[in-house]
Design a protein around this ligand. Structure first.
Ligand SMILES: [Fe+2]
Length: 520
């Protein structure tokens, strides 16, 4: 049965989820003073907490999931007492979306703390309503007030699931202590192609013990398998508490579908009874949209790339380098065509247009793929980008020609943290302004050793913290090398402070960047 727990625990899945939901509700209830209602087995339950995301100056998405056909009743207020409700709406949760429901709360004031309360009304017995679940977010400001956010990626990878005796996914608790305006998940929010075994042996001889579910005991191929990956992560109490308090801006990388897939790929991989990566991607994309609180784009319902205007200081560009890329099989050359696509022509044109249109002080580009891992030049072919680097080279030179300044790139994916400074003087392709790329993650996955960087755009390693050669690749999360990044923009001066942090919330490295100065 989908989602059934297989651990040694005698608890049934229903009972565990009820307990978890109750634990999360207790935490939120305590801090947000939601009204306490008695719980009944007859009532719908909130199975996996609440989430918010894609916040703007006047709106934000909210999300939850229940256990039966039910109508989600949405209320929002500017105080946690909910004395004055400023917004109400409804959306139905049906089996067709695995009982998930999400909707946009809009017409909100800017720069305002918003409290939202979600309840599920049983569609078979409309008088039966769930206990409420409460969350919060802050709308983006209209004025130049100071803002902060975090980014990271890579959750529950390489078989490192939830070991309750080790505190579960602790990085989410560390991130919450920063109380940011929002969090950017740069991708690998699930590992659909990695199973979660009951145990893994650690290098120090100890045993890592995972909570296991049936869904995470095989690689994902069906829509329900993909859904089960998100549900697994949401068993973690740290994540559910974080989700209730911090809005998420989610993008995807490859593991939301399968390791290193590309559109149109026909494959024969062990453990897969499906041969088409596009079919898996369609299912993975559907589950991603069901379980992540990102906005819906009517012109392209599955779209993940988007821009979020976060007031006068920040525009955020969330890219998708997976859905439109060319084949992995083609030997790269310097001609631009479908085989060289990374963003694809439509997304590239959109990004140029929106960057040019942006009046925000800072333009932060969140990328699922680090630029130094995009192989982009042939030995001896001076100044000529090839393959997937052609679009990036075109984009960077466009930004130089059209005087688009104050761009910063953020990403995850490398499973260690780093600060790279891309310097045209040290690059194969040189027609661009120098810029920074900051790498963070994993949130809760194996830590890797440093990877070599492709020289096309001249990355210089300014800082990095990774697993050592002795520790090797896939170092377990309990050894402290889990990372996230923090950005703060000062409202008065526009100064951008970037801090790379670890699972203990310790700052490892930090830098201040003044607007208008791209140079070190
Ligand atoms: Fe990853």
């Amino acid at each position: 049965m989908s989602g059934r727990l297989r651990s040694g625990s005698a608890m049934t899945r229903r009972r565990l989820l009820t307990t978890l939901a109750s634990a999360a509700a207790t935490t939120v209830t305590t801090s947000l003073k939601a009204p306490a209602l008695s719980r009944s087995a007859q009532r719908p339950i909130v199975t996996h907490g609440v989430q918010s995301g894609d916040i703007s100056t006047d709106s934000g998405m909210v999300w939850s999931r229940t256990d039966r056909p039910a109508r989600m009743l949405i209320e929002a207020a500017t105080t946690d007492s909910f004395e004055e409700i400023c917004y109400t709406s409804v959306v139905d949760a049906l089996p067709e979306t695995d009982f998930t429901a999400k909707a946009l709360i809009d017409d909100l004031p800017p720069g305002q703390d918003i409290f939202y309360r979600l309840r599920f009304q049983d569609l078979s017995s409309p008088k039966v309503v769930s206990a409420p679940a409460v969350g919060r977010f802050r709308t983006a400001p209209f004025d130049r007030r100071s803002i902060s956010f975090m980014w990271s990626g890579d959750t529950a990878g390489q078989g490192w699931g939830i070991d309750a005796s080790r505190g579960g996914m602790r990085t989410y608790a560390a991130m919450l202590r920063n109380r940011p305006d929002f969090f950017v998940h740069c991708g690998d929010s699930i590992y659909a192609d990695c199973t979660i075994p009951a145990q893994q042996k650690l290098s120090n001889g100890e045993i890592w013990r995972n909570i296991v579910t049936e869904d995470k005991s095989k690689v994902a191929t069906t829509l329900n398998d993909y859904r089960g990956n998100y549900k697994y992560n949401l068993l973690d109490a740290n994540l559910r508490v974080f989700n209730a308090e911090v809005p998420i801006f989610a993008q995807w990388d490859n593991h939301e579908v399968m390791e290193d897939w590309w559109p149109g790929e026909v494959f024969d991989r062990r453990g897969y009874d499906v041969k088409s990566a596009s079919l898996l991607a369609a299912r993975g994309c559907r589950a991603f949209h069901e379980f992540m609180p990102l906005r819906y784009v009517p012109s392209e319902p599955g779209r993940i790339y988007r821009k979020i205007s976060y007031g006068p200081l920040l525009d955020l560009f969330l890219l998708d380098m997976r859905s439109y890329r060319g084949s992995n099989d083609v030997h790269p050359d310097s001609r631009y065509g479908p085989d060289a696509y990374l963003l694809g022509p439509a997304q590239t044109a959109w990004l140029k247009r929106e960057l040019k249109r942006s009046t925000a002080t800072w333009k932060v580009i969140a990328s699922d793929t680090p630029l130094g891992t995009i192989a982009g030049s042939l030995p001896g072919a001076a100044h000529t980008p090839v393959g997937r680097a052609i679009e990036i080279a075109d984009l960077l030179s466009f930004m130089q020609r059209t005087a688009i300044h104050n761009t910063v790139w953020i990403t995850a994916d490398l499973h260690y943290t780093a600060a790279y400074y891309f310097d045209p003087n040290e690059a194969v392709f040189q027609d661009f302004e120098p810029f920074w790329e900051f790498v963070s993650g994993p949130i809760h996955a194996g830590t890797w050793t440093p990877r070599s960087q492709d020289p096309t755009f001249g990355p210089r390693v300014i800082f990095q913290s990774a697993a050592s050669g002795e520790q090797g690749d896939n170092l377990a999360p309990c050894f402290g090398l889990q990372f996230f990044g923090h950005m703060a923009i000062d409202g008065a001066t526009g100064l951008l402070t970037v801090t790379l942090k670890n699972v203990d919330n310790r700052a490892l490295w930090s830098t201040d960047i003044e607007p208008g100065s791209a140079h070190l």
